[in-house]
Design a binder for this molecule. Sequence first.
Ligand SMILES: N[C@@H](CCC(=O)N[C@@H](CS)C(=O)NCC(=O)O)C(=O)O
Length: 156
Amino acid sequence: MIDLYYWPTPNGWKISIALEELELPYKVVPVNIGRGEQFKPEFLAISPNNRMPAIVDHSPVDGGGPLSIFESGAILLYLADKTGRLCPKDLRGRTEVVEWLMWQMGGLGPMSGQAKTSASPAASSSAADSRSPTARAGPGSSRTTASARTWPSSRT
Ligand SMILES: N[C@@H](CCC(=O)N[C@@H](CS)C(=O)NCC(=O)O)C(=O)O
């Protein structure tokens, strides 16, 4: 059984979608980030960066004790490795999946969040201008690639 420390945001959805796709049994542990529950010591012991999502796997494949993982990208890789699905095992396929995962984690994800924040009425237009181009351009670059090839994850 996996405990999913979760609140319904895009980063949380990434993990709930993966768990559903992989048909892994899991229990949702709500972390209400609006009420500051991410700062509780018991949650910080799992996710020292006070961010959800995080998981605790009570049945890791090494047969050891419960294993906690924070950061959505690390969790996605962990779940792919645990199940042998969603990520190819060959060098080139795995490298390509990791490329796009890092692109999402380091570029599209945070830039989209910043674009949403800076597009609010309280934000200055210069802030919006300086933060949003990657968010606007990002999905376009992925669409170009996606339309031109078969995704490695679809081969597994
Ligand atoms: N890089 C992290 C980002 C996670 C993140 O930003 N989580 C937000 C909600 S989407 C959060 O828990 N915020 C609480 C806080 O900053 O105190 C990941 O991908 O897991």
